[in-house]
Design a protein around this ligand. Sequence first.
Ligand SMILES: NC(=O)c1ccc[n+]([C@@H]2O[C@H](COP(=O)([O-])OP(=O)(O)OC[C@H]3O[C@@H](n4cnc5c(N)ncnc54)[C@H](OP(=O)(O)O)[C@@H]3O)[C@@H](O)[C@H]2O)c1
Length: 263
Amino acid sequence: MTDIPWVLVTGGALRLGRETSLAFARAGWNVLCHYRHSVQAAQATAQEVKALGMRCVPLAADLTQVGAAAQLFAQCIAAVPEGPRCLVNNASLFEADDATHADEAMLQRHFATNTVAPLLLAHALAAHVKKLPGQAPGLHCVVHVLDQKVHNLNPDYFSYTVSKLALERSVALQAQALAPHVRVCGLSPGLMYPSGPQTTENFRRAATVNLLQRAIDPGDVARAAVFIAENASLNGCTLRADNGQHLVPLARDVMFAIDENRP
Ligand SMILES: NC(=O)c1ccc[n+]([C@@H]2O[C@H](COP(=O)([O-])OP(=O)(O)OC[C@H]3O[C@@H](n4cnc5c(N)ncnc54)[C@H](OP(=O)(O)O)[C@@H]3O)[C@@H](O)[C@H]2O)c1
């Protein structure tokens, strides 16, 4: 067993996942970089991690498949027998619907990716840590990446929102259930990247709808994940890295609200 810890970052190849992989590498962690389709991006992120002097192993899994979480965790153990010290559940599906138009397939896809897989990966980590001799309580942790939306509700992106709400409510439950083997925390970013149908111009305006009136730096969010991983006293809580966006209530998702409120 080496002294250098490993982190598993799901969806670790691009956007916030890439930032998170690099933030952990800068902090002296090796990275298990999970991806689904983005194999080239995962390899590029792995090269960036290696350029920072750390190791990186890309691992593929489609988290909507039955058994995917267990298989992904088994891939981690095959690559790194001591397993990850931290799991960042970052991979996510974000497709547009609203409370009146959610359908079964949409709800199930969002729950599979955004709720079920993160919860099962956390269980797999706890079951693994339980078998390791002499682990200091608080060393291992899970970071469930949430969204400021769960603290600032509106009915847009309904399936996405309820899947993240379930994950947010699970933070305390899993912290209680998986103690003392694994800490479980949430991390709620605000709007960082354009998504779905959003235009660049819409994103530019929406990105500053927060108390600081400036865009949120994904690097700050990624460093908050490292902070949670390295602070053994944090457990069962959720950090909000969103420039205070959760304190700006809107009746609709910000990408729609800014156009509706235009003079
Ligand atoms: N974007 C924002 O502004 C924003 C705001 C608030 C909260 N968040 C949260 O922050 C996190 C990162 O956001 P993001 O925008 O960077 O994420 P993203 O680009 O929407 O998705 C991240 C990765 O998730 C992976 N993924 C999606 N479905 C998957 C599946 N079925 N199985 C395995 N992997 C799957 C994809 O991997 P591949 O590319 O390899 O397929 C994708 O690159 C998410 O949890 C999101 O909810 C984001």
